[in-house]
Design a protein around this ligand. Structure first.
Ligand code: VGL
Ligand code: ZN
Length: 251
């Protein structure tokens, strides 16, 4: 029957159109099916997710004592995504005067040299983020009123702590893992400074503690000392850390 035929044709045509749209979408993502899935599914932070904002402090801003290139650029990105998170943790690098990670505490050493401390190799930094100084304050434009915990680290004079979970002796826990677990957090999203030191070490320890771990790349900036950034991404990847962009979030 004519009417049947034409409606069959419409169905067939619609199917072709759908096939064409799927093909075009696949082409647009460079032929990658995972790209297609990524375009379709955004990550939605839930009650089991926490945003961790690492060391967004004056010391790491241009003009601070250990400036990270474009360090101030993370603030806007973090402010934009933070409202999507019910759980937000901030960290602060919080060193004693004369801290063991400071080159000034090691006669004959200069900033960015290395030395051996009791727990292993230590990069030596300019004096930075000293407890109670304006340099150690959180960057003033960071707007995350719901942040529930500020975790300070690096306050033991003879031990550094890049990670927000374990100090550099790899044994002394900060308590962050237990805190997150008691709040039923399963998934952490990392932002802040610096990608290749405090963010990377925190990400790798988050995996060690069993958290699903994402680093939001455009919400971080790196120091990149002797190839440290490429090495950090490779180490994070090897531990199952997922590298995403802020646009991958439904935020
Ligand atoms: C950091 C070097 C020294 C960081 C802290 O926040 O990545 N880097 N202290
Ligand atoms: Zn430090």
């Amino acid at each position: 029957m004519a009417s049947n035929n034409s409606s069959n044709e419409v169905v067939a045509h619609r199917r072709d159109v759908l096939r064409w749209v799927a093909g075009a979408a696949l082409l647009a993502t460079g032929g990658s099916l995972t790209g297609l899935a990524r375009a379709a599914t955004k990550l939605t932070p839930d009650a089991k997710s926490a945003l961790i904002v690492v060391d967004v402090q004056n010391c790491f801003m241009p003009g601070g004592t250990l400036p990270v290139k474009e360090g101030n650029d993370v603030v806007g990105v973090i402010n934009r995504i933070a409202p999507a998170f019910e759980n937000v943790i901030l960290t602060q690098d919080w060193h004693t005067p004369g801290h063991a990670s400071f080159a000034s505490a090691h006669p004959g050493k200069k900033p960015f040299d290395s030395t051996k401390l009791s727990y292993g190799n230590q990069v030596l930094w300019p004096d930075h983020c000293v407890q109670g100084t304006p340099d150690a304050d959180l960057q003033k434009d960071l707007k995350i009123p719901q942040a529930q915990l500020v975790i300070r680290k690096g306050y033991h004079k003879n031990i550094d702590s890049y990670s927000a979970f374990y100090e550099a002796d790899r044994k002394t826990a900060t308590g962050l893992s237990a805190y997150l677990k008691q709040h039923q957090v399963k998934r952490v999203f990392l932002t802040g400074l610096a990608t290749d030191f405090c963010v990377a070490w925190t990400a790798i320890d988050a995996r060690r503690e069993g958290f699903e771990t994402y680093v939001i790349e455009d919400a971080t900036r790196a120091i990149d000392l002797n190839g440290s950034l490429a090495k950090a991404w490779a180490d994070m990847k090897a531990k199952g850390v997922k590298r995403i962009q802020s646009t991958d979030l439904a935020a």
